[in-house]
Design a protein around this ligand. Sequence first.
Ligand code: GCV
Length: 678
Amino acid sequence: MKKNIIVTALIMLMAAWNVTAAWGEDGSRLWLRLDANSTPATVSGVKCMAMTELQTYWQGGPIVLKRQKGMAQDGYTIKSQGEATVITASGDAGLLYGAYHLLRLQEMGLPCQMLDIKEKPFYDLRILNHWDNPNGTVERGFAGKSIFWGDKDVNSEDFAASMKMYGRANASLGINGTVLNNVNAKPEALSTESLQKTKAIADLLRPYGIHVYLSINFASPIKVGGLKTADPLDKEVVRWWKDKVNEIYRMIPDFGGFLVKANSEGEPGPQDFGRTHADGANMLADVLKPHKGIVMWRAFVYAPQSPDRANQAYLEFMPLDGQFRDNVIIQIKNGPVDFQPREAYSPLFTAMQKTPMMVEFQITQEYLGAANHLVYLAPMWQEFFSFVKPASLKAMAGVANIGDDANWCGHHFAQANWYAFGRLAWNPALTSKVIAEEWVAQTLGLNPDTSLVTTPLPPAGGIGGGAVVSMMLDSREACVSYMMPLGIHHIFAGTHHYGPEPWYSPKGVRADWTPPYYHKADSIGLGFDRTLNGSANVKQYPDELCRVYNDINTCPENLLAWFHHVPWDHRMKSGRTFWDELCHKYDDGVRQTRRFLAVWDAMQPCVDAQRFEEVQRKLRIQVRDAEWWRDACLLYFQTFSHRPIPQDVEHPVHNLDEMMKFHIPITMYENPESGYTK
Ligand code: GCV
């Protein structure tokens, strides 16, 4: 962990190991304050943690923490009684969440008197998924190395301090579970040595009400246990898993369970032995059941030969609906392809009626500009919830964007996505705006009710939050516009998913790993025909939506090229042709990023210098990247459309042949640094 700077933000995320002068003496612009010299948590219980936090940070009158039977799990009330404030909950976690609620009000400068608050989480399970590898790399991680693995000494004070911050940040949002390792799980995650480390982490996170979980490699009985098979119906295999699970629970009595990626992208699974997902999941569920453990079985599957990857999860899982044990939850990505800037929702969510399901969102910005682009994701997740009723799900998982970078997430504003995930898992009815306002007030110390239109600017903070909030709210749609508007998807560079390579199609690479599989550009038009005349993906949706999506004239324009091969001259609602609209969308996206930069530039008097400069640098990269996206996509698609770029649209500043030769030399474990850019 780099300890030379500390910035911000998530409630207490960043404590102040050496707060820089630029950040000022007031390290309090946190969701909750951290004291710079605090020692690692030595307290044992969660309730104790609630007391400690209040004793340390609460600036109001006396607080009473009360236990009361019969209240919802993790729920709490906060009531003012004379001078005192009473937090009541049936369990210790509820008391801790109540304490953080109170501190949030305080940090936001909201009234802390006359309180009468009643809260309970919408989901019992609110869980982060870390794609962290034993060697310390983080798959699709853009914020440095793993905070858990690699050369970390889990018994050191540094490690305890970092787990303390991680625990506080999560608990302040109500996050109560974490999967510590990559779903592309190395078998060694279950070795006794690795389990010792898992135990150490579990011990450090327990005071924050956080349970640990592990991703497992389905072939572990062979690779760790030395058996000849991992067939889930084989008695010896079952015995091996029982013994392993018993070993885990002896070490970690409150261990949460397993997350499984099976028969997907080369990972082993029950199908390797002629068995189904249900056979595999149920076997693990049975051995976990006596310990109250659960299985989160992922539905992220697709096959090289499939004519439409978006169809695959439904085809594999629908026949198994109702066949899973009650401690199995099917974990489904929000969209049927892969965390694209915009996707239709995964049709499994409305199709499966007899199986517990949970949604997997991606907090890390694998496909949304990594840790270089400011893209606030709450609007995307809320869009999902406008199609899929929150109550139809059991839980919410988020693929974490956390690493050992000084600001934890690689981009200051990426912390807002971690924050938003936690807040939405607690209450999916919260609006993106409210969440952004909370974050801006606590992290930047800006009043979200004020915009930046007043001139001259006051010399110090306290204003301008409104402009930042609206920039955040617009940022996801802007990203869609400059990357993949109107339903276009997966036209990323083959190796890193950062920049555009709609042409990427080397010989020998499987088709569904290349952009032409998805955009299908030709002289007629652009987009994937998923109608009844095409891959029939529309049929996986409820009848009413199927009809809407199937007809090019009723299909929402923001999903047009997702469901249709759209003719270049198709007339859009704006009156423009599809080609002209496409040009305008890319252009809008670029202009928006320039606007974001201008908003931020104007914030200079209101934000600490260090954070101002770091965000400004990233926004400049984002503007250049947006131009790169626009030019690469429009010039490439123009080779099919043979239509001019409209006069009222800014024309490309790059040449297509130059861009086709341009490659960023990064792997899936890195964030592109500014030097790469065109
Ligand atoms: C962990 C995408 C990503 C992979 C990821 C996979 C998954 O394909 O590119 O890095 O693997 O999704 O979610 O399993």
